[in-house]
Ligand binder design. Structure first.
Ligand code: G3H
Ligand code: 13P
Ligand code: ZN
Length: 311
């Protein structure tokens, strides 16, 4: 099976009350850990590449790794550009074999966001590629919990219909309380997803796939493991996984997870070196790191996304 777009995946996810995981990839072990998990659970999959990943690993290496995963697993896999910030970057990924791109113009004024998104949609659709756009701004990593500041960054449900109609985008990322990175909310706080906003969006866009970014939950066992093995990460927590599962049962069809895989990988490697200070063969520490990624993805597929058995 060749790489697929997200069209059919999202239609099935919407009607089935689950979401597809979109996991960021940067090297071979990450691709292998994620795709082995999805293959074992027969789950549909989105592998996504950021601008930084492309600069780090090179477009051709990443696309060939993902093509290898398609051959090895036989799964429906979409290859997606994460947070494309210009028409040129999106075009380069479309021309280079991606099946889905995100144009993230969410920091621009409404009309500029519409114009740039529309430009990408026209080019992408002419080439059989789907487009994710974004409305609303996710909280930054260091943001203080401040209700009025938070409120101002949430997606406004009254804007979504006009945005989707005028841009022709295929899915929409919204801001309802998630945030990027491993330093999200202070321990002891009670972060909540605004499912009421999601419900309002869903009413205005019936059947339309919604995307959640910043959906790592920062598992405390891995933060602890990093700090017990020479690390120094300040405590932080994410949105609890049960709330993400509720969103996946609603209109959310794609959930983005990167930081939790990074934490699992880094914690495993740190512990490995603490336990084996004389080892130096990269295969010795990358193999358990790949297994840790695989276990994390299996957990997300079963307990957060609900997409096991849906490939
Ligand atoms: O949302 C961003 C992703 O976690 C990718 O991060 O730009 O460091 O590759 P990156
Ligand atoms: P996390 O940092 O919460 O993993 O979010 C990843 C993401 O949204 C990638 O686009
Ligand atoms: Zn993101």
């Amino acid at each position: 099976m060749p790489l697929v777009t997200t069209k059919e995946m999202f239609a099935k996810a919407y009607s089935g009350g689950y979401a597809v995981g979109a996991f960021n990839v940067n090297n071979m072990e990450i691709v292998q850990g994620i795709t082995e998990a999805a293959a074992e659970l027969n789950a549909p999959l989105i592998l996504q590449v950021s601008k930084g990943a492309r600069a780090y690993a090179n477009h051709t290496y990443l696309i060939k790794l993902v093509e290898a995963a398609v051959i090895e697993t036989g799964l429906p896999i979409a290859l997606h550009l994460d947070h494309g910030n210009s028409f040129e970057l999106c075009k380069s990924c479309i021309d280079g074999g991606f099946t889905s791109v995100m144009i993230d113009a969410s920091s621009k004024p409404f009309e500029e966001n519409i114009a740039l998104t529309r430009q990408v949609v026209e080019y992408a659709h002419d080439h059989g590629v789907v487009v994710e756009a974004e409305l609303g701004t996710l909280a930054g990593i260091e943001d203080e919990v401040n209700v009025s500041a938070e409120d101002s960054s949430y997606t406004r449900p009254e804007d979504v219909q006009e945005f989707v109609e005028r841009t022709g985008c295929d899915s929409l990322a919204i801001a309802i309380g998630t945030s990027h990175g491993a330093y999200k909310f202070k321990p002891g706080t009670d972060p909540k997803l605004r499912l009421d906003i999601l419900e309002e969006v869903q009413k205005r866009l019936p059947g339309f796939p919604i995307v959640l970014h910043g959906s790592s939950s920062v598992p405390q066992e891995f933060v602890k493991m990093i700090n017990e093995n020479g690390g120094n990460m300040p405590g932080a927590i994410g949105i609890p996984e049960e709330q993400l599962r509720m969103a996946a049962k609603m209109a959310v069809c794609k959930i983005n997870i990167d930081s939790d895989l990074r934490l699992a990988m880094t914690a495993t490697i740190r512990k490995y070196f603490n336990d084996h200070p004389d080892h130096f063969d990269p295969r010795q520490y990358l193999a358990p790191a790949r297994t840790a990624i695989k276990e994390m993805v299996k957990h997300k597929i079963v307990d957060v996304l609900g997409c096991d058995g849906k490939a």
